[in-house]
Design a protein around this ligand. Sequence first.
Ligand code: FES
Ligand code: FE
Length: 370
Amino acid sequence: MTTTSSLISTLPGRSYTDPEVFADEQTRIFENLWFCAVRAADLAAPGAFRTVQVGRESVIVVRGRDDRLRAFLNVCRHRGARLCLEDSGEVRRTIRCTYHAWSYDLDGRLAAAPNLARMPDIDRVEYGLVPVHLREWLGYAWVCLAERPPSFEETVTYAATERLGDPAAIEHYHVEGLALGRRIVYDVAANWKLLVENFMECYHCATIHPELTAVLPEFVGGYAAQSYVGHGAAFAERAEGFTVDGRAGFGKLPGVAPEQDRRYYAITVKPQVFVNLVPDHVIMHRMFPLAVDRTVVECDWLYHPDVVASGADLSASVELFHRVNEQDFAACEQTQPGMSSRAYRDGGVLVPSEHHISAFHQWVNQRLRG
Ligand code: FES
Ligand code: FE
């Protein structure tokens, strides 16, 4: 990393465009770290499943008859056919391959196969589905493809809470008990790192986020919420709530501390999760990097279950961050083509308020070297 005056260089353009770099990231980052895959409540009934792309692998997350969530590679042990062809669904008793009809229990064991009676000594665990590590936190199933996953506490929970000052601060929101108010899926034509970098800085806030800066006037100064370690960003005096026009939102979530009231906290859990905390709701972004220049983002707006059950109008609340998302993703898409330009061969520069991005680049480089 070189410096010119007080400006720090970014990653070079090819980092965002080269399929080889992306393949390396899939192996060393997404297939090695904990990856926030599925909202647990989406899989309410036994047999409910979702398939997600983690690095180069398709992973099935399924609710068992014992109510436990499990994750498996989406590959039949017989001749390798993809098992679940849909993004989501519900199987009745077993996961059945549509090629030669091997079927697997929801705990992964081989349950039946045509002519299996003639192979009495076949080990049903050995020829069962290949398991993937799974942990639940904040109401989401996090999976890890590594044989020996890194510590969840160090790489996820601590990483998520260190910037809040008090590691217990996130617990006050009881995210795991919230209900899904709205989900919007964005298909973004940009490299995943552009999305992370964008989320980490607020240098762009004054230019592209008029609605957000009206509610969070400190953001006009260009310093990201992640600079406000421990105390978040304060709502504007005239803003009654975190809504598109500053109108009142909903009641503060029980448990949110007085010092967390009327404040916004943004957390990045590398490599693919953004958490946004405001007093009356939580916004969770999960990124799915599908190609070097394509990232799908699932964004969940989570509210107190009573708010969702009441049928309250969530639109002013959802609209604020939906606009922020559209503005951010448009900026990322506007940037992606420039990554292949000779003008960006050696990268660009960061101003001092973007120093988090430099730390992120160092983190990426370390992972790719390691
Ligand atoms: Fe699945 Fe043959 S490949 S049963
Ligand atoms: Fe933004």
